[in-house]
Ligand binder design. Structure first.
Ligand code: FES
Length: 201
């Protein structure tokens, strides 16, 4: 039985069909699993491995390379505070200390209610609004300790749902256009790639 729910199992098949090599769908499938569960569960990684023809260790090895993929449970909201140069010059250290005190956890930890995980981030490309804070990879422009507290209160009360989806959601709008390839063409490409690999080997 699939770890993916019915909708996501269909999406997984569609994602794999986009690539001549099934393993090219590894990262999109990791994001799909993370969207479903909030993090990459071992059973999801095992299924992804089976779907794309690699080992579960390869899936884990790939996932642990990327900051946006999490192989351990994290909170519903991932709060990222940038401590790179522009932000550190404008109060990032103080804001991060305040965040630790406000949430009652150290950097890297998750609050007991499972709502918030706090992380320190490298430059988030919003250097003109320092110190930069993201929640679930959305810019929140929370540059003072007061605004940070307001944000946390709002999130605890279920606010900002339009702006900030649960962790793992990259986009909420499904693509209807864009890349579409006929399955027969994918099969031809796969056969060609396999025979080139065979000749090379
Ligand atoms: S240095 Fe913080 S967003 Fe660039």
């Amino acid at each position: 039985m699939s770890h993916f729910n019915t909708t996501n199992a269909t999406r997984a098949r569609q994602l794999i069909a986009l690539y001549p090599e099934p393993r090219s769908a590894l990262l999109p499938l990791c994001h799909l699993a993370q969207e479903q569960d909030g993090w990459l569960r071992p059973e999801a990684m095992a299924e992804i491995a089976e779907l794309v023809g690699v080992t579960a260790a390869e899936v884990r090895g790939t996932a642990t390379f990327y900051d946006m993929l999490h192989t351990e449970p994290i909170g519903r909201y991932l709060v990222s505070v940038c401590t790179n140069i522009a932000c550190i010059l404008d109060g990032a250290t103080e804001l991060l200390s305040h965040a630790e005190a406000r949430l009652g956890v150290r950097v890297g930890a998750t609050t007991a209610d499972g709502l918030f995980t706090l992380e320190e981030a490298e430059c988030l490309a919003d250097c003109d609004h320092p110190p930069c804070v993201q929640v679930n990879h959305r810019f929140v422009r929370t540059t003072t300790t007061e605004k940070f507290d307001e944000l946390i209160d709002e999130l605890k009360g279920g606010g900002r749902a339009e702006e900030i989806p649960p962790h793992g959601t990259l986009v909420r709008i499904r693509r209807n256009g864009g890349l579409r390839v006929e399955p027969q063409r994918i099969e031809r490409e796969r056969a060609r790639a396999a025979s080139s690999a065979e000749r090379a080997g």
